[in-house]
Design a protein around this ligand. Structure first.
Ligand code: PFF
Length: 433
């Protein structure tokens, strides 16, 4: 039996849920790292310009499509024209593949929460991480556990599950981030850390830096896979799209910058090389926490922070697929969640094993985990975003008027949507591939 189409109970809940989707692992260590490596303040300024004038367009576009059609991502494109049905499916494929590697990291986070909770800390985190992640059973088990913990919320529904989870977890997340950032600023490496992040270095101002900033902006805003469209389809009729989009962008950026203010003073206080990705979060940071007074307290807060960030993003990924399967196959939300969970479980196991027994199994010279990460972030996201903009701009008569009325912003939006943003995205895709 099909469930009635839900609606957010308040505007605030809608904003918190979209911020919960946008703020994820991408903000906590990827953003600060690439900001530091790409010219600090120069990168931040470029990123802000891109996000405020370019990424705002696909963001408003997805929110607008959600508000206009009030459907899941597959049905939305099918209604626009049956020939665009494949676009909805492409979004679903993308948003189902992302959790297959994202949740492996979620499993690692659960493990680290456990070791800081029980205070059973290894002496050398580098050795510990490589021996843990290459095991067969435990990382797979924790990936599935993280998946099930996430699935509970879409299973329970938009109001009773997703909304409640975000309304509880996001304020906790913000509080923990603030505690850690304030603590980090009291450390001796604070000045050096902030300089690394914010010092403008104009030598980095080039094509690569601009592309990096744009790629990060698309990933962090969860654009290009129907997630924002799906959350937008539950919004109330009187919601202002431009205001909501800018609120989302501002919150996401503030959180990403605060994450940097938390991470770099700690990194520089310990003289660690500010390295990227997994090694910073799962080797350097816990190693440093373990050497601080109150090790288990700060370590626990850090991994709880990562947990809240990743689970609220994970919920939005799953909800996109769950909502689509529910409507498309006319099944209950519960059944749809079980099917989505089973599909993700099946693909995430080889992704987890690619750090151990499957490390030599490579496709296009990439392990399963890297392949999922690379293709979704660098190919599917910009490609899907491009197609969504082209369809909204060229195939929906007066899309901009329907969203913005006759306002000046509407006219500018229309030009950006039809010409400027697609040209930039084609450029990103060609260079990325
Ligand atoms: N925006 C999330 C992050 O920055 O980590 C990632 C993400 C969330 C991707 C939701 C896709 C998605 F549907």
């Amino acid at each position: 039996m099909q469930d009635k189409r839900p609606e957010w109970s308040s505007h605030l809940s809608f904003i918190i849920a979209t911020v919960g989707s946008a703020v994820g692992l991408g903000n906590i260590w990827r953003f600060p790292y690439i900001m530091g490596k790409n010219g600090g303040a120069v990168f931040l300024f470029t990123y802000l310009l891109l996000i405020a004038f370019i990424c705002i367009i696909p963001l408003c576009c997805e929110l607008g499509l959600g508000k206009l059609y009030k459907k899941n991502v597959i049905n939305t494109f099918e209604i626009i024209s049956p020939k665009y049905k494949w676009v909805g499916w492409l979004c679903i494929i993308t948003v189902t593949l992302i959790p297959c590697f994202y949740f492996v990291v979620g499993g690692w986070i659960l493990n680290y929460i456990w070791i800081f909770l029980t205070n059973e800390l290894p002496v050398n985190f580098a050795n510990y991480f490589s021996s843990f992640s290459s095991q067969i059973f435990m990382p797979c088990f924790l990936t599935i556990l993280f998946l099930i913990m996430t699935a509970i919320f879409p299973f329970r529904g938009v109001n009773k599950g997703i909304e409640k989870a975000n309304n509880l977890m996001m304020p906790l997340f913000a509080l923990m981030l603030l505690i850690l950032a304030i603590f980090a600023l009291t450390l001796p490496g604070a000045k050096e850390g902030l300089l690394f992040m914010f010092k403008p270095d104009f030598s980095h101002f080039d094509k690569t830096m601009i592309l990096t900033a744009l790629g990060q902006a698309l990933f962090t805003l969860s654009i290009g896979m129907g997630t924002i469209l799906t959350y937008g389809s539950y919004m109330k009729e009187n919601t202002n799209i431009v205001k909501s989009a800018y609120t989302l962008i501002i919150c996401d950026t503030i959180i990403a910058v605060t994450a940097g203010i938390m991470i770099f003073p700690i990194v520089f206080s310990f003289g660690v090389e500010p390295s990227a990705g997994a090694s910073l979060a799962f080797i350097s940071m816990p190693q440093m926490f373990s050497e601080l007074p109150f090790a288990s307290f700060f370590g626990l807060i850090f991994f709880a922070l990562l947990f809240f960030a990743s689970i609220t993003s994970g919920i939005s990924m799953m909800e996109t697929t769950v909502a689509a399967f529910t409507d498309k196959f006319k099944i209950s939300r519960k059944k749809s969640t079980v099917i989505t969970t089973a599909v993700i479980a099946l693909i995430s196991i080889p992704a987890s094993l690619s750090f151990g027994v499957l490390s030599n199994f490579k496709v296009f010279d990439k392990t399963v985990f890297d392949l999922l990460d690379y293709t979704t972030s660098n190919i599917f996201l910009p490609f899907n975003t491009l197609i969504i903009c082209l369809i909204a701009g060229w195939s929906i008569p007066y899309f901009w008027k329907k969203i913005f009325g006759e306002s000046f912003f509407g006219v500018v939006f229309n030009i950006l949507l039809k010409f400027i943003v697609p040209i930039i995205l084609i450029f990103v895709l060609v260079t990325g591939i």
